[in-house]
Design a protein around this ligand. Structure first.
Ligand SMILES: [Zn+2]
Length: 216
């Protein structure tokens, strides 16, 4: 059974991904999500197209007041045939993720963090970190609030918290106002990828970017 993705990535984040201004840890999740979600991938393609057209227009000597309208007409004429259907796979780790553990699941360096919960760090730099989490069926993560933004996507199984239930491909976005207690579904281990903003980033761009969206 294929579940339809219910929890998508906000447009502001997709746009930042398209322009390359998203920290790598968050970009990994966007890349994984759009490998599973036609809707968000189409949105990223649209941002890519708009970005490309705007760059082309900047090279024109005289941009008149009708340039926006012309830009939109140009976009309408774009050939969207490259929007190939996504390659749905039973493999739980989407291709963009595989570079981070050398393509082989045996290379994933799982470490126990207690309660049967395991994590594997994929990336940790001054902006943000990305890790895999494996939560046994029915187990609950300890109460935690976030120091900065956290973005989590389910790769296998499911989890539920005070917000909703999340299945493969679903993304949950949390900020420092969200204290939640995610609990894995009973069927199987819940495997997620989570990106977390570095706790000591004071002048973070992400909260500003998402202000209208998550009411910080
Ligand atoms: Zn989506």
């Amino acid at each position: 059974m294929t579940m339809k993705t219910k929890h998508h990535i906000p447009s502001e984040v997709l746009s930042a991904y398209s322009t390359g201004s998203l920290p790598e840890a968050f970009s990994i999740i966007v890349a994984c999500h759009i490998s599973l979600c036609d809707q968000c991938r189409a949105e990223v393609e649209a941002f890519d197209t708009i970005g490309g057209v705007l760059i082309d227009n900047e090279e024109m000597a005289n941009i008149d007041l009708n340039s926006f309208e012309k830009t939109m007409k140009l976009i309408d004429k774009q050939d969207n045939s490259h929007l190939v259907p996504s390659l749905k796979s039973n493999d739980i780790y989407p291709t963009p993720l595989k570079n981070y553990f050398g393509g082989s699941v045996e290379n994933i360096k799982w470490k126990s963090v207690g309660g049967g919960i395991k994590q594997a760090m994929l990336l940790n730099n001054k902006e943000a970190s990305a890790r895999l989490l494996s939560i046994p069926p029915g187990a609950q993560l300890p109460d935690h609030s976030h120091k900065g933004l956290e973005m989590t996507m389910v790769l296998q199984g499911s989890f539920s918290d005070e917000i909703d239930s999340f299945y493969r491909g679903d993304v949950e976005l949390g900020d420092d106002h969200l204290t939640h207690t995610p609990k894995a579904g009973m069927d199987e281990h819940c495997i997620c990828i989570a990106a977390t903003e570095a706790p000591l980033v004071f002048n973070s761009w992400l909260p500003k970017l998402l202000q209208p969206f998550i009411r910080i």
